[in-house]
Ligand binder design. Sequence first.
Ligand SMILES: *Cc1c(COP(=O)(O)O)cnc(C)c1O
Length: 368
Amino acid sequence: MDSSAVYPRAVLNKLPAYQAGKPPVETPGLTPYKLASNENPYAPIKAATDAIVTAATATTVQRYPETTYADLRHLIGETYDVPVDDVTVGAGSLGIFTALVQTFAGTGEDGVEDEVIIPWRSFEAYPIVIRSAGASDIQVPLLDNGTHDLESMLSSINDRTRMIVLCTPNNPTGTVLTDQAVRDFLERVPEHILVVIDGAYLEFVRRDGVDNYLDFYREYPNVAVLRTFSKAHGLANLRVGYAVAPPQIARPLNTVLSAFPTSTLSAQAAYASLSNLDEVLDNTEKVVFERHRVWKALDELGYQPPVTEANFVWLPLGDKAEAFSDACDARALSVRAFAPEGVRVSIGEVEANDRLIQVATEFAQQHL
Ligand SMILES: *Cc1c(COP(=O)(O)O)cnc(C)c1O
């Protein structure tokens, strides 16, 4: 090693690189569409964008934010009927997730890595965050139908397990865990293990038997539920998410969380959006309608997409994933290939979805 150079911690050699969704390839005559990052294709509601403008005054931006985000937390508490002290606001739900991992998992004093059980494939940020913290991610493969293998997750628990992550709807498969499935699972998890339920896409769920998982936070002292303003609320750029968790989780979490995780502009936009939750939920109908249309077309073409409850569909294309992604690139659509498993396609504007179905139709004729 060159002793005159700085060098990162050894653990960084073990990190997979986070691949942000790439922009679509420019193609003459075609409007490019990004279907690679599960963003909301529609603008946030007007109340939210108005709030940003109102908040964007010199006297606001020159000062640090009010660190407790009291107004937003009160509104979240009122909206979901939870005590305000149990609500923690952060820089997106990923900011909260990162702080939670740093709070509850790392390398123990004996030099042994704590274990965090995650479903896999799932949100690709999980392994990066967990390994960065010095802990070890235990990846439990999904069942063939794209859902969590809860039995295998339970049997992966051992003395070193500190955390378990449930991602529902799961990114990238879109499958959801019913309340009953989560309850049966939690009944069998020892209470010293933190269970994080990442509900980033909950507003898009239409399946019966799924509420918002907050009952589990109320019933089990080891449950934290994560929500975000990035997806249904359409505020991804503003970085606002939150955890609902009991004091034994929220208190230490707050000592780790950075002092000013998000801006006043962001907090006020989130406040305005949540104040008009009915309007936000009405807007999800457009995405849900398009999701069904896209899913049905892909299903009829033989892609066998799992039933999705999120704003994206999963095509389990195996080693054809890369070729499908290339075919989309050629038509100015960027999608997300996870070779050699499959391709995740976000639901976008109607024209983008039409084009995706067209590409998929041509691809199916040649490859399926
Ligand atoms: C998009 C996404 C998030 C949201 O991240 P933010 O930091 O809130 O933007 C969280 N979890 C999953 C599984 C996601 O797909």
